[in-house]
Design a protein around this ligand. Structure first.
Ligand code: PEP
Ligand code: MN
Length: 345
């Protein structure tokens, strides 16, 4: 739908837009209003280039597309019935909780192994643990490949699927080889389209699930869904969207909590939504409230940083990890809310 700046286009202007859309096998249908005309694009109007050329004309105010730019992630796509299974859980049918350390400490692996058992006991269905970490400064601990063995040991001992973040092709290859169940794309790489394509390609045809966090710098909802489209179009439809807070932060919180975008995502895409309350608020005391808000907004699950002894943790754990006891309370409350009529579905 093309909206002109003036009340209507001149004959020459109309000819010009007809010529542009014609190159993309579309036509223009003029809709004559009492005061203003608008110009519908008839045909496949998804071409970015066509829209950019129209928007570039100085007599055009804006161009609204009726169809979404993402074909596979769209709620109307044939993938809408696709079921994603992680361990024994079918997402969207049952509340899914993944919990564990921000960062595995390879020098003190016993903390992670104890946490893994404790989060299982608390009711989590997957264990998270960072092997390689995207840190703001190169002087902070960057993670260590030795932690892969610790993560695999935790999987072996608990029988639960495991999640870790990958940031480059080398890490993707190692985690594919190790059969890691869930790959996380963190907030910093959610806009790294080459990485998203590689993840789609390397995990195509597998059961690996991809937890795509929302970039701190993503505004439009469509930008987030389109990032997921890269992974799905690369060959892996097991995509899960993860709001985790954006910038600028609310003074006092680590980010600007964004669990409330969940229903907006669900209007447009079939992909399950698992919210990360830990990075959204950044302090353990606010994590329970943020978790329940996320479930109330219709989230399908939570990804919660949890540590057996947060003060002994590294990375984000001392500030934002909850203890397994607290996790058990959150899970209990979240399950109750999941079944309550006040939850948005
Ligand atoms: C994390 O999960 O520990 C992490 C680094 O996440 P994010 O990319 O959301 O900051
Ligand atoms: Mn973290």
């Amino acid at each position: 739908m093309i909206i002109p700046k003036a009340n209507k286009l001149s004959k020459e202007q109309l000819k010009a837009i007809e010529s542009i859309v014609g190159e993309f096998e579309c036509n223009i249908q003029v809709i004559t209003g009492a005061h203003k005309n608008i110009y519908a694009i008839i045909g496949d109007e998804r071409s970015e280039l066509m829209v950019n050329r129209l928007v570039g004309l100085n007599y055009i105010s804006r161009v609204d597309r009726m169809e979404s730019v993402y074909k596979l992630m769209d709620i109307r796509s044939e993938l809408a019935g696709h079921e994603i299974k992680i361990g024994g859980v079918t997402l969207k049918k049952e509340l899914f909780i993944s919990a564990g350390h921000c960062t595995i400490d390879p020098k003190n692996p016993q903390y992670f192994l104890e946490t893994a058992e404790a989060v299982k006991e608390a009711g989590a269905q997957a264990i998270r643990g960072g092997i390689w970490k995207p840190r703001t400064t190169p002087h902070s601990f960057q993670g260590d490949s030795k932690s892969l063995d610790v993560l695999l040991e935790a999987r072996e001992k608990t029988g639960l699927p495991v999640l870790t973040e990958v940031m480059d092709e080398e890490q993707i290859k190692i985690t594919v080889e190790a059969g890691i169940d869930i790959f996380q794309v963190g907030t910093r790489n959610a806009l790294n389209y080459s990485l998203l394509k590689q993840i789609g390609k390397y995990t195509a045809g597998s059961n690996t699930a991809i937890l795509l966090k929302r970039s701190r710098h993503m505004g439009p909802i469509d930008e987030f869904i389109s990032a997921g489209e890269y992974i799905v179009s690369g060959g892996n439809p097991n995509i899960v969207l993860c709001p985790r807070g954006t910038m600028p932060n609310i003074d006092g919180y680590r980010n600007h909590p964004d669990e409330s975008i969940t229903p907006l995502l669900k209007e447009r895409t079939w992909a399950p939504v698992i919210v990360d309350p830990s990075h959204a608020v950044g302090r353990a005391i606010y994590v329970p409230a943020c978790s329940l808000a996320a479930i109330a907004y219709g989230a399908d699950g939570l990804n919660i940083e949890t540590h057996i002894n947060p003060q002994k943790g590294i990375g984000d754990d001392p500030a934002q990890s909850v203890t397994p006891d607290k996790l058990a309370e959150i899970i209990k409350d979240a399950r109750q809310l999941w079944n309550s009529p006040s939850r948005f579905v």
